[in-house]
Design a protein around this ligand. Sequence first.
Ligand SMILES: [Zn+2]
Length: 117
Amino acid sequence: MKYGSPEHHAHIRSARWRWLVEERKSKVGHKCEVCGFRKYLQGHHVTYERLGCERIGDIRIVCRACHWRITQLHRSGWPIPKATRYVIRTTKRRIKWKRRWQRIKRRQLRTLFGSNP
Ligand SMILES: [Zn+2]
């Protein structure tokens, strides 16, 4: 089965694919595996090696925004596993830094304006 072919699209819509996505969703807690968003979730292939008989580890649950980012990287020539790993890694890092930054900001506000900023 070729990626993007009519058979491939039929497969994506197939019952087995939908079942696999639901399985994965409940496994990861019904949220995007990249950013944690809980809406617009889609199944994403990490590998097409076993297209048609995928294992649960071959797919990820991602929201539409994260899926788009992965697809963009893939279109620019990156292999899908690499694009997926990259998006997961950079997003996690960004979330970590955001939290750290909020903590610093809170502490600064407390120092400047007392315990109740
Ligand atoms: Zn996401």
